[in-house]
Design a protein around this ligand. Structure first.
Ligand code: MG
Length: 190
């Protein structure tokens, strides 16, 4: 894979957080419980080195449900960034925390594609060079709704809705995070 960090970005990967980058323990608010999925750190560094921007896109309805505040989400994100090797609690090129309740009108909550679309516009990216990676159907739908490629990651939970949506939409399923590096070889090249 070619590309240097200072060049124009080759594309972007959007990552779901819980159940994708880290284990899904359900309404996570304790930074002490953050544990990376196998291969996540090496894979994200490899994608960045290959010229891709990296974004975090996480639904956190626990905020709207009153289970915890935004500051708890941010402290979990800071721990995630630390585990990924960030020096100043910022690892991603941008992130979106969607705190809405599922029953409320969506603002950014997946499957709404708004964050992806805004990010593509802000960075002048080609949708063909962008990938949404997640374990739930809402992640995959957000990618499809944004007109970008979606990849289903299946580790902690084999979500039947995600499996069905992936099958219906010819979305690839990976069980080893390292597979994203190989997949990225075909992304963002002409
Ligand atoms: Mg998830």
């Amino acid at each position: 894979m070619a590309g240097k960090r200072q060049d124009a970005p080759r594309g972007a990967f959007f990552f779901d957080r819980d159940g994708t980058l880290i284990h899904d323990v359900g309404y996570l608010s304790d930074p002490g419980l953050v544990e990376l999925m196998p291969g996540v750190r090496e894979t994200l560094h490899a994608l960045r080195a290959a010229g891709f921007l990296l974004f975090l896109f996480t639904n956190q309805s626990g905020v709207a449900r009153g289970y915890f505040g935004l500051e708890a989400v941010e402290s979990v994100n800071a721990r995630l960034a630390q585990l990924l090797g960030a020096e100043n609690e910022r690892f991603f090129d941008g992130l979106c925390i969607a705190p809405e309740h599922p029953d409320a009108p969506p603002v950014y909550r997946k499957p709404c594609p708004r964050f992806i679309l805004e990010t593509i516009a802000a960075h002048g990216l080609s949708p063909d060079s962008c990938v949404m990676v997640g374990d739930r159907s809402s992640d995959l739908r957000a990618g499809v709704n944004a007109g970008i490629r979606a990849v289903r990651y299946c580790a902690d939970i084999d979500d039947p809705a995600a499996a069905a949506f992936a099958s219906e939409n010819a979305i690839a399923t990976i069980r080893d995070f390292h597979e994203l590096v190989r997949l990225a070889d075909g992304v963002g090249t002409i």
